[in-house]
Design a protein around this ligand. Structure first.
Ligand code: 3H9
Length: 698
């Protein structure tokens, strides 16, 4: 492989260039190259100042994350940065695109930094369960003061170049052009002789008078907002060390804390989540170079909450949408929702008022599907009624141009049966958005039996264009996410039937890291929604239909959840906090008595195992059937659609950490005890457990 770092001299300036696509990560070869180039610059008597820059669209994305967990190879990143820090010749880093993590720590080891406008600059390590481990926690406070550094390091959020200038992270911002030219201009304007090789590490002016209260406040805030996370608290410890100790000691403290984070299971889970999000975009079965269909005009049918939310996904990406609803009042309500949302975004300063108007104008109303004759992609989002959907697809078949992609947003119905209502099943697929569609990042793209490869490639690309995490799934009831949720729901209901309180089940799931418990989520989504689905499943004689239970009783009483002020919990006026309700306790008591169930105390461990192992077993079945391509696809669905805690990596990754042998044995014990068929371990889980393997090994 070519050397990813090159050196050249232009007159009195030595230029070091990193060129390591795709993101100039600072892997071993780059680190070796950087040290060699710096030595060459140091040796060359004609070089008076040095520029560090890089090729491509990203300055550098930081340390090479793929090296984590492997033995480190010298020179390490801190060693490379130390060499830059002590260079006798002044070094100017030329930033463009993105400078993140080690990709900012390295420039902070230089003596000056210039950036092109718009460059994103930050230390996002905390999002990977880490802290900046190459001097970032020691040098950033020396540039910005401890308080701002703490904020950037603990949130991991980057700032743009203009703000970085205000904060003191960079010394100059250039409007556009080439970063190298900007650095050369900076040197020329300053004068080579005037540049000094004063390292950031030697500065103390910005941290000298730090109020120790900022650390206590940061710790208290984290304990409240992110009680389960390990690395944010270590970030605070490391920044505190910057103000408490001389640089070298602070650096040693940072290193020790970094190693603690590196060894934590949260780091492994978060890095799995990072790569998983990128992995799901790759569909191994698609032939290389599968062409993409053009998607420039979109139609959405159904102007309800879902349909108008989907329309906004496209409008936000600058793609015009025709929103169709046969009922004029529904159409007006949908458009009003679009307007309200965008105007609200503008009010909160998330977008400009002009941008809000531009997006609103991109959504055009129509009362008939006839308006969709030139749409490239149509997404149907009417309510779950097979006959209605078939009618709509037959109409689309008549109206839409050849090559248009016809997608259904169904969450429960058979995409293949819908496709059969058209003469072009190869163009039909599912695009299952999650509510609220304009906010939730997950998109289950459903491949029907006859969906063509180019349709699959196109909808995966569409997901990327509208900022969603698209995951390809096959046809089955509930696809991947809801099918597994159904298992968790059944267990949660059974646990309450047997004696647990709904709030106990929810507390266990929240303690595990879900943002809300199962029953609080039911109240949010509407208890009637699950009730109707259960009734349909019973009517259809589905093998996994759940027998009538206490939750049906709650729905029968009109307690539909937040929207009716009471559901499984009670709610106070204008407050969404779920509060345990004595009336529900009474309903449960009566229900158990009538059903002849003697309630028993249930411990938290049993709740956790039954809720989650049921999901893992279903996930294994889903994998076996090929409904999900890989275990990581299931993980990503749960991370982005259902709030599975990212630091646990997703249900299948988590199961691997627990040990498939242990899960298998618990499933067998539950099956022996209850005789319930759903507790029978799936053949895949059984095979992996017996071979001592993991889902990741598949
Ligand atoms: C760190 O620096 C630790 C130090 O403090 C201490 C060390 C001692 N390494 O996201 P994309 C891959 S921790 C390896 O699709 P975009 C990525 O997987 C690091 N690979 O592009 C993908 O591969 P593939 C702190 C990386 O334009 C390809 O590059 N830094 C890395 O949408 C393209 O990525 C971060 O946390 C990496 N560091 O977004 C930044 N980064 O094609 C992490 C990316 O095989 N990176 N890849 O699927 C990002 O946030 C985004 O990638 C970035 C570009 C915004 C840079």
């Amino acid at each position: 492989m070519d050397n990813p770092v090159s050196f050249e001299r232009r007159a009195r300036i030595g230029i070091i260039t990193i060129d390591s696509p795709p993101v100039n990560a600072l892997g071993h070869a780059v680190r070796v190259g950087l040290v060699a180039a710096l030595e060459e610059a140091g040796r060359d008597p004609q070089v008076e100042a040095i520029v560090l820059n890089s090729a491509g669209r990203i300055f550098t994305a930081g340390a090479d994350i793929r090296e984590f967990g492997k033995p480190s190879q010298a020179p390490t990143l801190p060693e490379v940065i130390a060499a830059f820090d002590r260079s006798a010749k002044p070094i100017v880093a030329a930033l463009h695109g993105t400078a993140l993590g080690g990709g900012l720590e390295l420039p902070m080891g230089c003596h000056y930094r210039v950036a092109l406008a718009g460059t994103k600059i930050g230390l996002p390590e905390v999002k990977l369960g880490l802290l900046p481990g190459a001097g970032g926690t020691q040098r950033l406070p020396r540039l910005t003061g401890a308080e701002r550094a703490l904020d950037m390091i603990v949130t991991g959020n980057p700032v743009e170049a203009a703000e970085a200038l205000e904060l003191g992270i960079v010394d100059a911002v250039y409007p556009d052009g080439i970063a190298l030219d900007a650095a050369l201009d900076f040197i020329e304007k300053t004068g080579v002789d005037k540049l000094t090789a004063t390292p950031v590490s030697s500065r103390t002016d910005r941290i000298a008078n730090t109020d120790p209260a900022v650390f206590a406040a940061a710790r208290a805030k984290l304990a409240k907002e992110k009680p389960n996370l390990f690395s944010p608290q270590r970030c605070v410890d490391a920044v505190e060390a910057a103000v408490q100790f001389p640089f070298t000691e602070g650096l040693a403290r940072e290193r020790a804390l970094f190693q603690e984070c590196m060894a934590s299971p949260q780091r492994a889970g978060l890095i799995h989540a990072f790569f998983g999000e990128r992995e799901v975009a790759k569909i191994p079965s698609l032939p290389a170079g599968t062409p993409l269909r053009k998607v420039e005009k979109v139609g959405v049918i159904g102007a309800g909450t879902m349909g108008s939310g989907i329309a906004m996904c496209f409008a936000s990406a600058g793609i015009p949408v025709t929103l169709v609803d046969a009922k004029p009042e529904a159409l007006q309500a949908g458009l009003a929702n679009v307007r309200r949302t965008y105007e609200g975004n503008a009010k909160k300063g998330r977008i400009s008022a002009e941008e809000a108007e531009r997006r609103i104008a991109l959504v055009q109303p129509a009362e008939s599907v006839d308006a969709l004759s030139d749409a490239d992609l149509v997404i149907e989002a009417v309510f779950e009624d097979m006959e209605l959907k078939k009618k709509i697809f037959a109409a689309l078949d008549r109206v839409c141009k050849q090559g248009a992609i016809l997608a259904t947003n169904t969450s429960t119905l058979d995409v293949d049966a819908i496709a059969e209502a058209t003469s072009r099943p190869q163009d039909v697929c599912g695009m299952h958005f999650f509510s609220p569609a304009n906010i939730m990042r997950l998109l289950e793209n459903v491949r029907g039996e006859k969906t063509s490869d180019d349709v699959i490639a196109t909808i995966m690309d569409v997901a990327r264009r509208i900022g969603k995490v698209g995951v390809l799934v096959g046809v089955c009831y509930g696809f991947v996410g809801n099918r597994m949720l159904h298992q968790r729901g059944r267990e949660a209901m059974s646990l309450v039937e047997e004696g647990a309180a709904p709030e106990q089940v929810d507390a266990v799931l929240k303690g595990f890291g879900f943002p809300m418990g199962h029953f609080a989520m039911s109240d949010l989504a509407g208890v009637d929604v699950g009730w109707r689905i259960r009734q349909e499943r019973r009517k259809a004689g589905a093998p996994d239909a759940i027998a009538p239970n206490w939750l049906d009783r709650i729905a029968e009483l009109g307690r539909y959840g937040q929207k009716t002020g009471a559901g499984i919990y009670r709610y106070e006026q204008g407050d969404r906090t779920p509060r345990p309700d004595p009336e529900v306790a009474k309903i449960l008591e009566d229900y158990r008595r009538e059903a002849g169930i003697a309630p028993r105390p249930i411990d938290d461990q049993e709740i956790l195992e039954r809720c989650l192992y049921a999901m893992v077993n279903e996930g294994a079945r889903i994998l076996e059937e090929g409904v999900a391509l890989r275990a990581v696809d299931i993980d990503v669905i749960w991370l982005h659609g259902y709030g599975f805690p990212a630091y646990r990596g997703g249900p299948m990754f988590w199961a691997d950490q627990v040990g498939l042998g242990k899960i298998h044995d618990t499933l067998v014990a539950l099956h022996d005890k209850t005789g319930e068929p759903h507790w029978k371990p799936s053949p895949l889980l059984e095979r992996l457990a017996k071979a001592g393997q993991t889902f990741a090994s598949l």
